[in-house]
Ligand binder design. Structure first.
Ligand code: GTP
Ligand code: SPV
Ligand code: MN
Length: 643
């Protein structure tokens, strides 16, 4: 019988189940195994003789017991038929096709609207390889716990097999994954976010390395939800969720947590960074990559529209990526970056013609909208968009909604969830860079860290060296906003914006960054920005959005040795005169506050950094201790100088 199974598995998927195998199918588990060959429409080209891949799919199917196994081939026909199916079951909802051509709507379960960091684990043999920045479980326990939830969870459902590439197929940057999922919503998102199709299997060949991703919705019970990463097995198991970052396994799970592990072993960097090109009036394009924590403005910056004053001079911005960057040292001795994704999974609320016109244009067609407000005539709406609220509709949680609704405590009730998202192809973005899928990546001139700091951090400053830049990244922090739980304004350290995404011990991660710097012949300079400094009334001092280009201009001028800077204890700062502020309505007094370095505040910050560093113990690289002491000395000196 085993022999029979093997024969079947080496056959192409176009072969229909014949009479003989029909009897065979009556045997235990064989329903699943036979339908493995019984292809979906359009999956004709999905052939592979990768034995390990077949064995793994078989094993997972035996565990999850789906009724069918269907290969996803990236074809338009299959996409359309899956959409139709999901619309018929209510998994997706239609939108007015005149207003939103090619767009569909999805609502997640009410308890399933954001990544669940508390249920996300790194499962390594040794605990210290994952701590202190991750939840840890042993691989045995992880497989056992999640396995018990997966067991039989796909009965009555179809298991889709999605072979995908993160990065251009065949690029030295790229990695291949295969996601098994019982969610059509996941399939449709993956088709936008990653490269899917027979080319991926061809690239994989008979024995290529791939990330094994298993996702199952199970019963969407918060108590039975686990997002597990097994970096030693190149495996991800995600069960009990249907929300973006938990289930689109190519994104945070592979492209950051698993990839950061691979990157350390292979000598590159996998980062939570946008990538953008800035074209000057002479037509030269220079690229920067920037790491800001979730919901701190990566998508906005990546799609920046220059203010008229700079546009008229000939400045242009090119979007390469808005969330993830994979960086390698090129033959030219520069750091080069690719965006491994092919889509944007962006925050909807707050997207309007003023804040992000390019995003607005991007999401007009062929977009999946998740958890925004749905009107009865197939239109959608979100807070801080351009349109006034509709008289009524259905909110993200499925309840009836109308403007002015308040809860018992008088709080505003949202129509769209604050973390509602759009999924759109990057190619629809008006500012998409012609280099966005260059398999060699783009050369990076500057790396930028940033977060929301209402008080402390100046608008922009430059590190003294790569090592000092790593210190800036390792100590960066962001304040909790009203939308997050925890104490309002409380500072959370989020090194390199990777706290929820670094798949291994963060002390080792800092060491890896330091090592990388030594290997790059022409390293990019490292900067820190903060668009979020406020006045006493909580108003932003800096206009932000398009005007951020003025800061990027200063950054690039610095990397080209063109602008003077003022040396302060925390780094190099621009003098107000060195920033191009023409045509900008910001007073000199405000500018002075934006670049102010208050020594007393930084001394308090220093104490907090010490606490932050102490959690890494022995793993904290000596270089970062040195940087801490140097900062302490510079602050002391400066305090004495001031008197
Ligand atoms: P993730 O997709 O979760 O990783 O988020 P992101 O980093 O891409 O954040 P996004 O660009 O979606 O922005 C989040 C919020 O920051 C939005 O509410 C924006 O309005 C706000 N924001 C972005 N840029 C600026 C800025 O320059 N100034 C101010 N004041 N707010 C900004
Ligand atoms: C983030 O939270 O950083 C996101 C959204 O980009 S998710 O894909 O859910 O992680
Ligand atoms: Mn993100």
């Amino acid at each position: 019988m085993l022999f029979l199974i093997d024969i079947f598995f080496f056959m192409e998927y176009t072969i229909k189940v014949n009479k003989k195998s029909d009897t065979f199918c009556k045997l235990k588990f064989c329903k699943t195994l036979c339908s493995y060959h019984n292809t979906a429409r359009g999956a004709i080209n999905m052939k592979t003789n990768h034995k390990e891949l077949h064995n793994w799919i078989k094993e997972m199917a035996v565990m999850c017991q789906p009724d069918n196994v269907v290969w996803v081939d990236g074809s338009r026909e299959q996409k359309e038929s899956l959409e139709k199916e999901a619309l018929s079951t209510g998994e997706l909802m239609p939108l007015d096709q005149n207003k939103w051509p090619g767009c569909i709507y999805h609502r997640t379960a009410v308890n399933d609207v954001a990544r669940t960091e508390n249920l996300t684990y790194i499962c390594t043999k040794r605990k210290e390889d994952a701590l202190p920045n991750n939840n840890w479980m042993s691989p045995e326990e992880g497989y056992k716990k999640a396995g018990a939830i997966f067991k039989g969870s796909m009965k009555g459902r179809t298991m889709y097999v999605i072979p995908f590439s993160m990065g251009p197929i065949g690029s030295p940057f790229s990695k291949i994954g295969v996601e098994l999922t019982d969610s059509i919503y996941v399939v449709l998102n993956m088709l936008i976010m990653t490269r899917v199709g027979p080319e991926v299997l061809a690239e994989l060949g008979p024995d290529g390395e791939f990330t094994r991703g298993l996702h199952g919705k199970a019963d969407l019970d918060l108590e039975r939800r686990l997002i597990l990463h097994f970096p030693e097995d190149n495996t991800i198991w995600s069960v009990g969720s249907g929300y973006g970052g938990n289930v689109l396994l190519g994104k945070k799970c592979l492209a950051l947590r698993i990839a950061s592990w691979m990157a350390r072993n292979e000598g590159w960097l996998a980062e939570h960074m946008l990538i953008m090109g800035i074209e000057n009036p002479a037509g030269n394009v220079e690229y920067v990559a920037a790491a800001f924590p979730s919901a701190c403005g990566k998508t906005n910056l990546a799609m920046l529209v220059p203010p008229d004053f700079l546009k008229d001079q000939g400045y242009r911005v090119w979007t390469v990526g808005d969330d993830i960057a994979w960086l390698r040292i090129g033959d030219d001795g520069r750091l080069r970056a690719i965006n491994p994704e092919t889509g944007f999974f962006g925050v909807v609320p707050g997207t309007n013609a003023k804040s992000n016109p390019n995003a607005l244009e991007t999401i007009r067609k062929n977009t999946i909208f998740t958890n925004v407000l749905l009107t009865d005539d197939g239109d959608i709406w979100w807070e801080q968009g351009d349109d006034p609220p509709p008289p009524e509709g259905t909110a993200w949680d499925g309840t009836r909604w109308k403007p002015g609704l308040e809860d018992r405590n008088g709080n505003y009730i949202h129509g769209a969830h604050p973390n509602s998202r759009f999924t759109s192809p990057v190619t629809q973005c008006p500012s998409i860079s012609p280099e966005w899928d260059n398999p060699e990546g783009v050369p990076i001139s500057a790396l930028i860290f940033g977060g929301k700091r209402s008080k402390l951090a100046p608008l922009v400053y430059e590190s003294f060296s790569w090592q000092h830049g790593v210190f800036l990244g390792a100590t960066m922090a962001s304040e909790r906003t009203a939308a997050q739980y925890g104490k309002l304004g409380e500072v959370r350290r989020d090194p390199m914006a990777m706290l929820p995404f670094c798949g291994y011990n963060m002390g080792d991660y800092f060491s890896h960054w330091l090592k990388m710097g030594k290997r790059i012949k022409h390293p990019p300079r490292i900067f820190h920005v903060n668009w979020f400094r406020t006045d006493e009334n909580g108003n932003f001092l800096w206009p932000g959005f398009g005007e951020n280009l003025r800061v990027l201009k200063w950054i690039l001028d610095r990397t080209n040795g063109k602008k003077e800077a003022i040396k302060t204890p925390i780094g190099y700062l621009p003098s107000i005169n060195s920033l191009d502020l023409d045509g900008l309505d910001v007073t000199t007094a405000t500018m002075e506050r934006l670049v102010e370095v208050k020594i007393a505040d930084w001394e308090r910050e220093l104490q907090d950094i010490k606490k932050h560093f102490s959690q890494f113990g022995e793993k904290l690289p000596q270089e970062l201790r040195d940087e801490l002491h140097s900062l302490e000395r510079r602050l002391e000196k400066s305090r004495h100088a001031v008197g």
